[in-house]
Ligand binder design. Structure first.
Ligand SMILES: [Zn+2]
Length: 320
């Protein structure tokens, strides 16, 4: 049987109530860490099961468990950060031209849909315009606005962006050993519960990075950048951006309630005292550019970028 996450329950019931009359394409949208992929997988397993309930014992369920069900196709980039290519969509179209082996749906999950390049998206559009009867295409997207309006208009939307906060909080508390952290973790993860749970494991790394940032002016920035480069650099950039944004929020408003990193208020406030907004916005831009470079291409060497950023942080204070 499927285990439905508590904040999916109402969407799940709504979707299942239409299981004999589903549209050909669904767009599951919402931030990363909401469990959209799990929802899509659960729906596929339910629809393909002989009992239509992911019984776990019928032949289709066995095939699903072994990830060898011939009527389910998962389309994703060959590597993180890579695109979904037109060739992948073409093989998907060939897959759709076959008849379902087990007489039910043919299901395709494209995740993340925004990774399709332009040719891939155009190719998919043709399929969406002439859907075959027993095909269900699920597009999963953290950034649905990146998809073309024509693709979006051909999908029925399932919106995961506003989960019930009490349900996500209670669920997270049950998963954590340190339950007091739940509210902070959700805050730091834009309220996405699965992302919050992942984050629980890297909170000590975050603290290590924060300490290195707060003591940066007394250390050699090149050395510090070297230590950052040994960490998971995309996370390093995410945290630097998050702290910069918080320092800007505090500098601009003088209020702490708008800050995301609520456990580090004192240090962030102290830091903000010395800085001016114009310099902070420049630093924000610099880090955003670095983040985009690092996430869009696998060939960028992070060391140089991190050095520039570390030096910019040191200079922030010097510019006074
Ligand atoms: Zn079954």
């Amino acid at each position: 049987m499927n285990k439905i996450l508590p904040w999916h329950e109402s969407l799940w019931q709504q979707t299942l109530s239409r299981k004999n009359n589903l549209p050909h394409a669904l767009l599951l949208s919402g931030p990363q860490g909401m469990g959209k992929g799990l929802f899509a997988q659960n729906l596929a397993e339910t629809l393909l099961c002989d009992q239509q309930q992911a019984c776990g014992t019928c032949k289709p369920c066995h095939l699903l468990n072994a990830k060898t069900h011939p009527d389910l196709l998962s389309v994703q980039p060959a590597d993180t950060g890579k695109q979904i290519t037109v060739d992948q969509i073409r093989s998907m179209i060939k897959f759709c031209a076959l008849t379902a082996k087990y007489g039910r749906y043919q299901i395709i999950i494209i995740n993340p849909a925004e990774a399709m390049n332009r040719n891939a998206a155009n190719s998919l559009l043709k399929l969406l315009e002439e859907p075959s009867a027993a095909t269900l295409i699920m597009l999963i997207s953290h950034k649905p606005m990146v998809l073309t309006a024509t693709i979006r208009s051909r999908c029925q939307k399932l919106d995961f962006s506003r989960p019930d906060k009490s349900l996500t909080h209670n669920w997270l508390v049950e998963q954590l050993s340190n339950q007091k952290q739940a509210a902070l973790l959700l805050n730091l993860s834009a309220q996405a519960p699965l992302a919050a749970l992942d984050l629980a494991e890297s909170m000590s790394k975050r603290q290590e990075l924060f300490d290195s940032l707060m003591t940066l002016s007394t250390n050699d920035p090149v050395r510090v950048a070297e230590s950052w480069a040994k960490m998971e650099v995309v996370s390093v950039l995410k945290w630097l951006l998050s702290w910069t944004a918080d320092i800007i929020r505090y500098s601009a408003t003088g209020q702490t309630q708008y800050l995301v990193n609520q456990d580090q208020l004192q240090s962030l406030q102290n830091f903000a005292k010395y800085l001016n907004l114009q310099h902070l916005f420049k630093l924000l831009d610099l880090q955003q550019e670095a983040y985009q470079l690092l996430t869009s291409s696998a060939n960028i060497k992070p060391q140089g970028l991190l050095e520039t950023i570390a030096i910019a942080w040191v200079e922030l204070k010097r510019k006074l």
